[in-house]
Design a protein around this ligand. Structure first.
Ligand code: ADE
Ligand code: ZN
Length: 349
């Protein structure tokens, strides 16, 4: 039994920073820092529309999801070779290790690269090598989730899944990302059915900018195991009840939501309401290089802005990150035991 009331608020930042945690919603292309974009552009002879790192960073003022995606896809244009994908993911893992991320499930967008003539094997091999090195050198267990771009057709998603099949053992699931509005989950019913038949895990972005109905069709049609974002569920009390009753995880990304104007300010974020309703929510970074912070930045800034979040909620969020992961049950139990010890030590003074 953890005595949450015995943990003083001043201890929360250190506890959040040092406690073990899992990251379940990180687009690896969204971890590409401007410095690395410029380094790779030079290495590969790719011309950029911005004259300097500072000019590029200054362009990171977004008004909605689409305004971000336009810059995000331009940034990814410097990725051409296997070592580029490795370098990008390895840089992320080093940042993640500093945040005590012990398990990470990385989204990647193969269509962003194959559209530029990059072979899908180049993408997956580079990312996979970084995952192997993260495990060997940093002790992070890491897996890949292949995302389909929802602004493209389902036929293109099917072709992408088929092209990735020689690397089936290098990714654990499929997801759905990019422009949400006007591209409902049911557009991808067949490719998700195929993925499920292959034994892949299935997740989808829904209810970030799109309506609660998109969360419902992700559940009912795509039969997803997690909802990415999902914050607009609170517009439908019946849906919130359904998500709570089924412990359907929501991979919430607070800094992303503010940068993309889903919420005006962190202090208005509905994370406290989601936890209060009994949802299996946890905090993630989404696209940390673009949204002003990695996982611990998200946690610390969110707790700073929302006084309703205290030690009990901190524990719930971190525990949910393990519960909702696709790691084997024994590994989850081991991480949860470590998490318990961190909170028990904080409560003991
Ligand atoms: N691709 C990268 N980040 C995304 C987000 N927040 N929503 C949808 N697609 C994305
Ligand atoms: Zn995302």
């Amino acid at each position: 039994m953890i005595t949450f009331d015995a943990i003083p608020r001043e201890k929360l930042p250190t506890l959040l920073r040092t406690a073990p945690k899992a990251e379940l919603h990180i687009h690896i292309e969204g971890s590409l820092e401007p410095e690395l974009i410029f380094k790779l552009a030079q290495r590969n002879g790719v011309a950029l529309a911005y004259p300097s790192v500072e000019a590029l960073r200054a362009a990171y003022a977004f008004t909605d999801l689409q305004s971000f995606l336009d810059i995000y896809y331009a940034g990814a244009s410097v990725l051409l070779k296997e070592e580029d994908f490795f370098d990008m993911a390895w840089a992320y893992f080093q940042r993640a290790a500093a945040d005590n991320v012990v398990h990470a499930e990385l989204f990647f967008d193969p269509q962003t690269h194959t559209a530029r003539g990059v072979d899908i094997g180049t993408v997956i091999r580079g990312l996979h090598h970084a995952c192997q090195r993260a495990h060997a050198e940093l002790g992070i267990s890491a897996s890949l989730i292949l995302c389909f771009l929802r602004h493209l057709s389902e036929d293109e998603a099917i072709a992408t899944l088929n092209a990735a099949l020689p690397y089936r053992h290098h990714f654990i699931g499929v997801g759905l990302d990019s422009s949400e509005r006007g591209h409902p989950p049911e557009k991808f019913s067949h490719v998700f059915q195929q993925a499920r038949a292959l034994g892949l895990h299935v997740v989808a972005h829904a209810g970030e900018e799109g309506p609660p109905a998109y969360i419902e069709s992700a559940l009912d049609v795509l039969k997803v195991e997690r909802i990415d974002h999902g914050v607009r569920c609170t517009e439908s009390p019946a849906l919130v009840q359904r998500l709570a009753a089924s412990r359907m995880p929501l991979t919430v990304c607070p800094l992303s939501n503010v940068k993309l104007c889903v919420f005006k300010h962190l202090s208005q974020h509905n994370l406290p309401a989601l936890l209060e309703a009994g949802l299996c929510a946890m905090v993630n970074s989404d696209d940390p290089a673009y949204f002003g912070g990695y996982l611990n930045d998200n946690l610390l800034q969110t707790f700073e802005a929302l006084p309703a979040l205290g030690p009990r909620e901190a524990y719930a969020l971190l525990r949910n990150s393990f519960e909702a992961s696709f790691a084997p049950a024994e590994r989850k139990a081991g991480w949860m035991a470590k998490l318990d010890r961190a909170f028990e030590a904080a409560a003991a003074g």
